[in-house]
Design a protein around this ligand. Sequence first.
Ligand code: PMP
Length: 301
Amino acid sequence: MGSQWIFLGGEFVKKEDAVVSVFDHGFLYGDGVFEGIRVYSGNVFRLDAHLKRLFESAQSIMLKIPYTQEEMTQLIVDTIRKNELDSAYIRVVVSRGKGNLGLDPSSCPMPNVIIIAEQLALYPKEFYEQGIKIASVPSRRNRPDVLSPQVKSLNYLNNILVKLEANQAGVQEALMLNDQGYVTEGSADNIFIVKNGVIYTPPVYLGALEGITRNAIIDVARAKGYEVKESPFTRHDVYVADEVFLTGTAVEVIAVIAVDGREISGGKPGNVTNDLLEEFRKIVTTDGVACYPESASHAIV
Ligand code: PMP
């Protein structure tokens, strides 16, 4: 593969030339929104849902994306094709753009739209075979009435802090609680528990991002006949769950085998978790937008 091409400032530029101004308010203040999207065998998984979330995040912070959703779809597909990618991770960033040093966004006339398409760096197989350990951390999830977790903004300090706390605790991921002690999500993934055959995940109003993978897992689980409930639960419920797993664009579905030192499902991934990962992987190559529709068997690997 030749150069990596980044969509930036309305055109494709080489990776080495893809730089943004130090006066961009995305850099100065974390003022902007983003999406992480995945491409499976030329299929941009649930691209419509990702773009809906991007546009809603932008609407919430009064950021006008200078393209329509259809134009963004085309630009993302173009970026994947330009980089000749088949399975990829896509990062879409819309920042407030260049302004002066004051925080007032009115000094920024033009939002900056960036699309990066990269070869996918897969997590190691052992990750899925063995599961991961998580721990509840001191920092609480942003309250939805202060800075809504529904806004996938460039301000990820809340998540970065809990990730640091998870590192300090010597585990792979954090369990974030809200200010009332209810379980919300991980630093970059949603959480599910399984108890007596029923699957539970916290309602997003408690303080979780409405994950695209979360919703896909709810869909495949219900289609397979599982009962899925969006209802509040506490750390205790996690400790005594039959299975615990996390979902996200990057991790897909990953089993949790210990929470705050309590072993879960005998210290190995449970059957429901494995079943849902398998079902999820069945839909990822077809549910979305095809990048290479004209050639059913394109030869890019
Ligand atoms: N929660 C947070 C805070 C995240 O950053 C992510 C990753 N986007 C998720 C959950 C999972 O969302 P998705 O399935 O859309 O990747």
